[in-house]
Design a binder for this molecule. Structure first.
Ligand SMILES: NC(=O)c1ccc[n+]([C@@H]2O[C@H](COP(=O)([O-])OP(=O)(O)OC[C@H]3O[C@@H](n4cnc5c(N)ncnc54)[C@H](OP(=O)(O)O)[C@@H]3O)[C@@H](O)[C@H]2O)c1
Length: 298
């Protein structure tokens, strides 16, 4: 038997339930992964709450990030064999002990990337990579990153630093020591944000890893045009301001894993909870102030 976390009705953490079912065989082009760790991302509780309309087939299993060991390979899969450590970035469905997934959404896990780091890369680390890639950041840039203490923002900071850019980032004061430790100049968000950033110099590009009205207002104030702005969460504020939603290159997971393997990207882990406590993980992630990535262990 294999356990999974699923929901039938849309709602908050209370709609999640544990279900035990048979271990499923992979079909053509699929692999089955025995899960070691699952990364929790805000998209998990947003989809469960029905933020994307009524399009999900339910019961549905949340989860966009997983790492583990391949334990079965379907027909026509050449890239993976039983026993391979891997990282998977499916679009839903990873809150499971055994994940059957299209092999094209799976990459090898390098020996220098721990399971804890690996589970934190799909979705958030990858989005951090894509934000910086979208902006085409170079060593000439001074980049402002909104929400830099979050999992997406922290990845974006490290990748911008690796590009040689100067990085200014917003976060609550409790996170400023962490931000300095990964190479960014922190400023507190709030009413004094624009003055504080201007006091540090001219910003040439902005990556918004939070969304909402305040980061958008600061971005439009600090940049002459929105050509060098991007957001991870396209909402009515960013849309009205003309700030594009981040592009996702097809190789974003591979490139992000390469950066982690090279020691240029480290995920800050907040806590590891049992998969059965997925509802607690949802509550912590929904607070919007988790001090790092939340992981689940089956
Ligand atoms: N497009 C994509 O592919 C993609 C992928 C992954 C995530 N996302 C989205 O990106 C967003 C962030 O995800 P995440 O995984 O990084 O979440 P997270 O780890 O929960 O981080 C959220 C962070 O936002 C910070 N924050 C909250 N309000 C802020 C404000 N007004 N100004 C600056 N920082 C603020 C918090 O920092 P403090 O504790 O310092 O306040 C917290 O560290 C979510 O909306 C998520 O859905 C999009």
């Amino acid at each position: 038997m294999s356990k999974r976390i699923e929901f039938v009705e849309y709602g908050g953490p209370e709609v999640l339930r544990r279900v035990d079912g048979p271990v499923v065989e992979p079909g053509p082009g699929q692999v089955r992964i025995r899960t070691e760790l699952i990364g929790v991302n805000p998209i998990d509780w947003k989809m469960t709450a029905g933020h994307f309309g009524d399009a999900l087939r339910r019961p549905a299993v949340p989860g966009w990030a997983s790492t583990g060991i391949v334990d079965a390979v379907g027909p026509r899969v050449r890239a993976f064999a039983v026993g391979d450590p891997v990282i998977a970035g499916p679009r839903g469905g990873s809150y499971r002990e055994h994940l059957v997934v299209d092999a094209r959404l799976v990459v090898p896990r390098p020996s220098t990337v721990s399971p804890e780091q690996a589970a934190g890369l799909p979705s958030s680390g990858v989005a951090g990579y894509s934000l910086i890639h979208h902006l085409g950041v170079t060593a000439e840039d001074t980049v402002l990153i909104h929400g830099a203490a979050g999992s997406v923002g922290a990845a974006a900071v490290q990748i911008a630093v690796a590009c040689g850019a100067r990085v200014i980032r917003t976060a609550s004061p409790a996170n400023h020591a962490y931000l300095r430790s990964i190479g960014a100049e922190p400023v507190a968000y709030g009413p004094d944000l624009i003055d504080a950033v201007q006091g540090l110099g001219d910003v040439t590009a902005v990556a918004d890893a939070v969304g909402g009205p305040d980061p958008v207002a600061a971005t439009t104030h600090l940049l002459p045009t929105m050509r060098r702005a991007v957001t991870v969460w396209g909402d009515r504020y960013s849309t009205a301001a003309g700030i594009p939603w981040v592009d996702h290159p097809a190789d974003e997971l591979e490139r992000t894993v390469e950066l982690a393997a090279a020691g240029r990207l480290t995920v800050r882990i907040a806590e590891i909870l049992p998969l059965d406590d997925a509802a607690i993980a949802f509550s912590h992630s929904r607070s919007g102030h988790s001090p790092g990535k939340i992981l689940l262990r089956p």
